[in-house]
Design a protein around this ligand. Structure first.
Ligand code: ZN
Length: 276
């Protein structure tokens, strides 16, 4: 069934588990994620991100993801990840996404507040939930995870949520997007302090490449949503390389199976299995 973030994250927060966001650029990845979630009876969040649109057009991928969510026997949030522009966020809402992230974290704080506030007003009038970001989760390839001045402070997190009314908040505590150059060090004390100060579910970006212990630790200390994409791409790519003698259709099935296994591992690690 198609639901918004509130339908899955509030329970996750109360019961100390996290729900995964697994992004997809095509129906192969979509099938892998939904079947993993159904097999493990887990709520799941699926969608695409603005930077992924060159690999899968929004207006083409949206109807497939939304239809798959409606048909699913577990709760599925269809989420537009890292919306960077107003136009694309509005387009995603019109196409039927049940949730969006507006990410103005790379720019000026005042501008981020103003735009997030505006998006929240529009989205909430349509029953759509919004995730915002304060502090900035950057790129692992640039070593951004080591830049402490980009981390979220408790004070700015409180002010951001009060001012914008977002339903979920992405925070920067030492992760970054993409493959890490060196092992990331997470600021768990910072996470704890923000968790204690806020009721809003917290989101961890840049999850691919963290250790199992890192995940357990962040979930235990208050992360309710975790974004995974790079790990799924790695699983799919490896399956293709290892089975290159197969014909296209069988190769495709191997790829879907490998991505599904990667999703299942994360669901079990996040503890969302059996929660649907
Ligand atoms: Zn992200």
């Amino acid at each position: 069934m198609l639901v918004n973030l509130n339908a899955v994250l509030k329970d996750a927060q109360r019961n100390n588990y996290a729900v995964g966001l697994f992004n997809t650029t095509d129906t192969d990845m979509l099938e892998a994620v939904i079947s993993a979630a159904e097999e493990l009876r887990s709520p799941v969040i699926i969608g695409t991100a603005e930077v992924l649109l060159p690999y899968g057009e929004l207006a083409l991928i949206a109807p497939s993801v939304i239809e798959a969510a409606k048909r699913a026997t577990v709760p599925v949030v269809v989420h537009y990840d890292h919306g960077l522009t107003f136009d694309r966020c509005i387009e995603a809402m019109k196409l039927g996404f049940s949730s969006i992230m507006f990410d103005g974290s790379a720019g000026d704080v005042e501008e981020n507040l103003k735009n997030t506030r505006e998006i929240v007003k529009i989205a909430h009038s349509m029953g759509i939930t919004v995730e915002g970001e304060i502090g900035h989760v950057g790129e692992a390839a640039s070593g951004d995870n080591e830049l402490g001045d980009m981390y979220t402070t408790k004070e700015e997190a409180i002010a951001f949520v009060e001012d914008t009314g977002v339903d979920a908040l992405a925070i920067a505590i030492g992760t970054a997007h993409g493959a890490y150059k060196s092992k990331p060090r997470l600021d768990i004390e910072r996470l704890k302090a923000i968790r204690e100060a806020l009721d809003t579910p917290l989101v961890l970006h840049g999850g691919s490449g963290l250790s199992d212990d890192d995940f357990r630790n962040t979930v235990k200390n208050g992360i309710a949503k975790i974004n995974i994409f790079t790990d799924l791409c790695v699983a799919g790519r490896n399956a293709v390389l290892e089975n290159s003698e197969l014909d296209y259709l069988n190769l495709r099935n191997k790829k879907v199976e490998a991505i599904k296994e990667a999703v299942k591992k994360k669901i079990l690690l996040f503890g969302s299995n059996g929660r649907a």
